[in-house]
Ligand binder design. Structure first.
Ligand code: GAR
Length: 204
């Protein structure tokens, strides 16, 4: 059976993309293959990571299109051209339309840096999530990988991992620990699980 063709959509540093690349090299991801990396920004460092790993890249810059519909049509065209079967949102800072999401129903997953349903939804992304967790005073946070549906961070949960908050944490130190202890571990595991389920044609 051929591995599932995966596209990773990114916007920034791409440390989660790197975790996926490393997991593929290590054989943790074996039922899927990262075929394309699409960045919403032409300057994202994630593009360098993809190039260093010999993975094809594309830039989908919404500013280059008149409207959201044209932008998403072009994005779908570049994904379909490569026969993409699974999309991984790894720090992709763009809210996709319900039409796009419906097109990839149960074929698109996202990593979010909190234990959903805490600190998620519109406006909760990147450092803001960790600022909110610290402001609330929770003692445990973590990361979640979930399917993408029309509700921001609202789709079915695939995996979660908890991370303890430490005395003196700042949003930056917490963000780094959540990445190291949770995101970079569960995202590759979830990608492998979903890829395997797609290949087996089983229920997701
Ligand atoms: C990650 O922490 C990811 O969970 C978060 O953005 C960061 C991207 O880092 N995503 C969200 O907040 C989505 N709501 P990376 O580019 O180094 O992978």
């Amino acid at each position: 059976m051929n591995p599932v063709k995966i596209a990773v959509l990114v916007s920034g540093g791409g440390t989660n993309l790197q975790a996926l690349i490393d997991a593929q090299k290590a054989g943790i991801i074996k039922n899927g293959e990262i075929t394309l990396v699409v960045s919403s920004s032409p300057t994202a460092y994630a593009l360098e990571r993809a190039k260093n790993a010999g993975i094809e890249t594309a830039v989908a810059d919404k500013h280059a299109y008149e409207n959201r519909s044209d932008f998403e049509k072009a994005l779908i065209a570049s994904l379909e051209e490569k026969g993409i079967e699974l999309i991984v949102l790894a720090g992709f800072m763009y809210i996709l339309s319900p039409e796009f999401i419906a097109h990839y129903k149960e074929r698109m997953i996202n990593v979010h840096p909190s234990l959903i349903p805490s600190f998620c939804g519109d406006g909760f992304y990147g450092l803001r999530v960790h600022e909110a967790a610290l402001a609330y005073g929770v003692k445990v946070t973590g990361a979640t990988v979930h399917f993408v549906n029309e509700i921001t961070d609202g789709g079915k949960i695939i995996m979660q991992k908890a991370v303890e908050i430490q005395e003196g944490d700042t949003p930056e130190t917490l963000q780094k620990r959540v990445m190291q202890e949770a995101e970079w571990i569960i995202l590759p595991q979830a990608v492998e699980k979903v890829s395997k389920d797609i290949i087996n044609g089983g229920t997701i």
